[in-house]
Design a protein around this ligand. Structure first.
Ligand SMILES: *Cc1c(COP(=O)(O)O)cnc(C)c1O
Length: 488
């Protein structure tokens, strides 16, 4: 390894900028998705680490030939799979700049720390959290949820969990979520040592929202049996259908029983910026102990960028703080060590400069820019829902925020029309989805709602237009009728 001259950095760096520009601007003319050809998979996977280095030009050539042509798909204007957005270009640049500075944001007295503190303050303001709360940028919604529930465990288990773990606990514990709650909560609860059997699955209403009466009943039942409730995981914008739980009503139940309330707003949180959802989400966040929100979803920050906020900063610190002697300082806010370290509020020690891409994306777009992108996405999803509603061959199953779930039901097959043959509909729609995804014109994914297989589009994409949505509807109908024909 040798040091690079300024000239070398410039020359190679300009090639990188060209690659970024070519990639992002040519995506609309490329397939929304294309699988990696088997020979490339083989070549990429089977090459051992090179004993000798190659020139930067050779390395970049290999990137542009074998890697760049096969993206996940989410930079494309007609990609609406899962909850993945195209990257904000300022965020792309920020990632390179952050890597050039390469700080550890465990803590200390350097600029990156104050950028992250600023970002945390912006999120406090956005979500209506007080100054006595603490936030942290993490890898994503999953890590945000794990972090928040670790604090809940510390506060609510009633034992010194840091010293004793859960092995001396007198009674079992319980968590409450719905089938629509994200699996990351289940993983977190398992990882925190409670076991998935501590999860009570609360039924949902017709709109896929947690039934608060059923929640209250489940808690009462646990209490009567001596079980200790730890937390309720509610969702503001479910992954499946964009449903927003009645967080205010859930908060009342939680307060009554002294239960931690975590809101998973990984996807839906940024809708707090919109006129339509803003006040409702703010009212919800006002009563909760912690929130997870993913800037790498509906704020278009390049992955990975998750955010967690905990109302009680001291509880968060008490759950995680373990300061090794080599970073212990007298605590002077002006010295080398600065303010209390971020590593006291979460699991990670060395932490990347994630904050810069969040900071630059927000600085560049402005909250009004993000607001209008989110509102446009909601409008596009409604346009899609409307086109499905008025279609003779499509059925709208559910929609909320910018998610639309639907399926193809038409095509003239008497077996399918009217009689609702669920297995046949699932088979048909699976076949449609396969062709759609590999066809490359549009990309959506699927899910299961109350046992039904459905196609699912989630518009978190500032590049999409109505024309793109029209192409989705056309593609599903065309493929649907072709698949139905071929089955007859
Ligand atoms: C994406 C998502 C998560 C998980 O977040 P990651 O960033 O993928 O770790 C959790 N909850 C909801 C509602 C999500 O949409």
């Amino acid at each position: 390894m040798k040091s690079w001259s300024r000239e070398d950095i410039r020359r190679v760096g300009h090639q990188v900028v060209d690659l970024v520009a070519d990639h992002l601007s040519s995506l609309p003319d490329e397939p929304a998705f294309r699988p990696v050809p088997p020979d490339i998979i083989e070549r990429v996977q089977s090459s051992p680490a090179p004993a000798h280095g190659a020139s930067a030009d050779e390395v970049l050539r290999e990137f542009s030939e074998t890697i760049a042509p096969y993206p996940f798909g989410n930079g494309h204007p007609r990609f609406w799979g899962w909850v993945n957005s195209p990257p904000a270009v300022m965020g792309v640049f920020a990632d390179a700049l952050a890597a050039a500075m390469n700080p550890s944001c465990a803590g200390g007295n350097h600029a990156a720390i104050y950028v992250e503190r600023q970002v945390i303050q912006w999120f406090r303001d956005m979500l209506g959290f007080p100054d006595t709360s603490m936030g942290l940028l993490v890898s994503g919604g999953s890590m945000a949820t794990l972090t928040a529930l670790a604090v809940a465990r510390h506060v609510k288990s009633g034992v010194n969990v840091r010293a004793k773990g859960l092995r001396e606990t007198p009674a079992p514990f319980a968590f409450y979520m719905t089938t629509e709650g994200h699996t990351c909560a289940r993983k977190a609860i398992e990882l925190l040592g409670f076991g998935s059997e501590s999860i009570r699955t609360i039924p949902t209403d017709d709109d896929y929202r947690m039934r608060v009466d059923a929640l209250a009943a489940a808690i009462a039942d646990d209490r009567a049996r001596g079980v200790t409730p730890i937390a309720v995981v509610a969702t503001a914008g479910t992954t499946n259908t964009g449903a927003i739980d009645d967080v205010e009503a859930i908060a009342l139940v939680c307060r009554q029983h002294g239960i931690w309330l975590h809101v998973d707003a990984a996807y839906g949180g940024p809708a707090v910026l919109t006129a339509e959802y803003g006040s409702r989400l703010l009212r919800a966040f006002a009563h909760v102990d912690s929130v997870a929100l993913d800037p790498h979803k509906w704020m278009f920050v390049p992955v990975e960028a998750g955010f967690v906020i905990v109302r009680d900063a001291e509880a968060m610190r008490a759950a995680f703080s373990l300061v090794p002697p080599y970073i212990r300082s007298a605590g002077s806010p002006t010295g080398v060590y600065g303010l209390p370290w971020f590593s006291e509020y979460g699991f990670q020690q060395t932490r990347g400069f994630r904050a810069l891409k969040v900071w630059m994306t927000i600085k560049h777009a402005g909250l009004d820019g993000l607001k209008s992108a989110i509102e446009d996405n909601i409008a596009l999803a409604r346009y899609l829902a409307e086109r499905i509603r008025t279609s003779l061959t499509l059925e709208l199953i559910a929609s909320g925020l910018s998610v639309v779930c639907f399926r193809y039901v038409g095509g003239g097959s008497a077996a399918l029309q009217g009689c609702r043959d669920e297995p046949a509909l699932a088979t048909l729609n699976r076949a449609i989805l396969d062709r759609l995804q590999l066809g490359g014109d549009v990309f959506i994914t699927s899910t299961e709602l109350k046992g039904r297989f459905v196609l699912r589009a989630c518009v978190v994409n500032y590049r999409s237009t109505r024309d793109d949505i029209d192409r989705l509807v056309d593609a599903v109908c065309t493929i649907g009728s072709a698949v139905t024909e071929s089955e007859l």
